[in-house]
Design a protein around this ligand. Structure first.
Ligand code: CDP
Ligand code: CDP
Length: 220
């Protein structure tokens, strides 16, 4: 029988992490965990409850009361409420990096994420998976792509969903979020020393998945 491992996929916004991670998980028969959805969920709760983004203790208090569930169908529930679409709103996207920079919030999230990793057979994507959440992951991938390409990807995704979209605005939003994620003090977005970097700018989703599967096959 094959060895079950943990696969950490990190990288900046819209590099293709979740798309590729889902496909790798499917191919391996592993579970997929989208840690960005967890930070988005607490950001949604903060906005919904009119809590100031600077009030870390109130946010942490809400997080402690929030049971965040990620389903196999990639739906997201907070205390039983389906918030799958709500957590992708512009309002949440604009605030999430600020909320995710609160050290106490990160500590709680990392603990929850590490509980999910106890049994291997997992693909987890985010910003600090290879560096903090699963530092002993057997495979660590760091996906990158140019900001232009990432903005174009998000733009076509929006268009397909019928959401109004502007490439130039997306470029600014993505660059700002990357900057915030890279400059925060607690577990910033950073390539783990032992991660393999894949520049996906010129690659199709299938190319990226195949490259990762090849790397994984050497470990299982
Ligand atoms: O999919 P997208 O690139 O828009 O972002 P996401 O993966 O949904 O993550 C949203 C935000 O959550 C990121 O910009 C980070 O601020 C934060 N995040 C984090 O700090 N650590 C993680 N492990 C995952 C996400
Ligand atoms: O999770 P992350 O924010 O890193 O990115 P994503 O949501 O998986 O990918 C953003 C968009 O780029 C999706 O619409 C993917 O279909 C697309 N994509 C692509 O066109 N080419 C790739 N090599 C990877 C993703």
């Amino acid at each position: 029988m094959k060895n079950k491992i943990a696969i950490a996929i990190d990288g900046p916004a819209a590099a293709g992490k979740s798309t590729v991670a889902k496909l790798v998980a499917e191919q391996m028969g592993y579970i997929y965990v989208d840690t960005g959805a967890m930070y988005r969920a607490i950001t949604y709760v903060t906005i919904k409850n009119n809590i100031s983004p600077d009030n870390s203790s109130a946010i942490l208090n809400e997080l402690k009361k929030s049971d965040i569930t990620l389903t196999k169908e990639f739906d997201v529930f907070i205390n039983g409420e389906n918030v799958t679409d709500e957590i992708r709103s512009n309002e949440v996207t604009q605030l999430v990096s600020k909320i995710a920079s609160i050290p106490e919030v990160r500590k709680e999230m990392v603990q929850r994420q590490q509980q999910l990793v106890r049994n291997r057979g997992i693909v987890m994507d985010g910003r600090d998976i290879g560096t903090h959440v699963i530092p002993d992951a057997e495979v660590k991938i760091f996906l990158i792509a140019s900001v232009d390409e990432r903005a174009i990807r998000r733009h076509s995704e929006n268009k397909n969903k019928g959401i109004p979209s502007d490439v130039e605005k997306l470029k600014i939003e993505i660059a700002q979020r990357d900057k915030q994620d890279m400059e925060r003090v607690t577990s910033p977005l950073k390539k783990a020393e032992d991660a393999i970097e894949i520049d996906t700018t010129q690659l199709s989703i299938k190319d990226v998945v195949n490259q990762i599967i090849k790397i994984v096959e050497q470990e299982v």
